[in-house]
Design a binder for this molecule. Sequence first.
Ligand code: UDX
Length: 450
Amino acid sequence: MTDIGVIGGAGYVGLVTSVAFAALGHKVTSMDLDIPRVRMLMSGASPVYEEGLEPILGELLTRDRITFTNDQYQAVQNSDAVFIAVGTPSLADGRADMSSVIDVAERLRDQIHKYTVIVIKSTVPFGAVNVISEILSLKLTEGVDFDVVSNPEFLREGSGLIDFFSPSRIIVGSVSERAQKVLRNIYQPLLEGTVIVDVPWIDSVQEIPYVETDVTSAQLTKYAANAFLATRISFINEIAGISEKVGGNIEDIVLGLGLDPRIGSSYLKPGIGFGGPCLDKDLRALITIAGENSYDPVMFEGVLHRNELQLREVMNKIVGALGSSLYGKRIALLGLAFKEGTNDVRHSLSIRLYRALRDQGASVVGHDFLAVQEAIELEPELEATSDLEMAIKGSDVVVVLNPEASYSEIDWRSLVSSGFSPYAIDTRGVLDVDALSASGITFYVLGSTA
Ligand code: UDX
């Protein structure tokens, strides 16, 4: 059992990390500056939607295996390892904003009093570990040793616990054997498949690859993974665009591509583009890092460019469906979060689309199963609902932006018989095209019909 502190413990990554390490049997003190979120977490409620998190959190709180606090010292004083999971948003020039990480390091300088491993979970530029080490270097003169390690996360929002407990790999970057040993001990229960609470996704027979490397390689692996996923999405969006022009069917193309084991089928679903707080931000940061190191990342610039064009093309389809003016037209956007299964609307392309439509005079109604409140907090003028029928009825155009299974079950026939016949735009290939045709609704499926 290791005493672990987590800084930034109320965000997606920090919270999943805190709960998961406590479930592995470690004693976790999780710190966040957001006092309302800390209070919520102490009462067993999660401020973010993560599948299966609340029951595990409740059990860990009852058994006193996890504590949330807004006092960093409390999370650091007894900890052998302190995980930093604070946000590193994009600055205007594409670099990652390191200010929260630096603030944490400056507080750590006054707080660590024995050998401590500082573990960077946040995705940070390559110099970050040196910056943190420099801030903490004063400690060495006081006889307090430390190591700064990179342990990138590969957690998808909404299914973070699933990804944590059945990871494709664990990567730890540090040349310090002492630090590597601490991290190995922390992950040992996961490698052995042992937990102290009921975790449905743990598999005691799984072989989890565990990669020990240097800090820079660990960090670059994380950037490369997100760049690769973004590249696949832009790739398939480009194929969808070509397919549409030449009269192909993108669903069949994706199937045919994915059956090649060298290619596989994940991250090949066309759509409005990649949104969310990670893929776009990390790709921009990687492009900036390449530029700062005199390397021209032409391919990644193309990936970003395709992503921007994709949103514009969906906008053009809506304009095309309605004629030249959107003024007074009612448009239903199905899916407000940046993807399905999350309540996160940060960097959601649906929200960007809403803004563009609103600015052209359209009246927009947004639908989401999880993110209505968050969308309204971000865009107070947006009419948003979790009632699908209410969103669709009375709309001139219905645009599917997230691949929610329920969207395939929309009863178009009864909609038409109650006097509504919107134009349907499906950017995610989820609508039942036979039902649309049978009910006489005009529709467009991205990548398949012009
Ligand atoms: C991502 C990475 O997957 C995760 O490993 C990393 O640690 C954090 O960033 P996340 O931001 O939760 O996770 O989103 P993800 O599920 O990867 O989706 C990103 C965006 O790509 C979403 O907008 C999604 O709708 C879009 N997407 C994804 C597609 O358009 N097509 C796909 O086939 C897959």
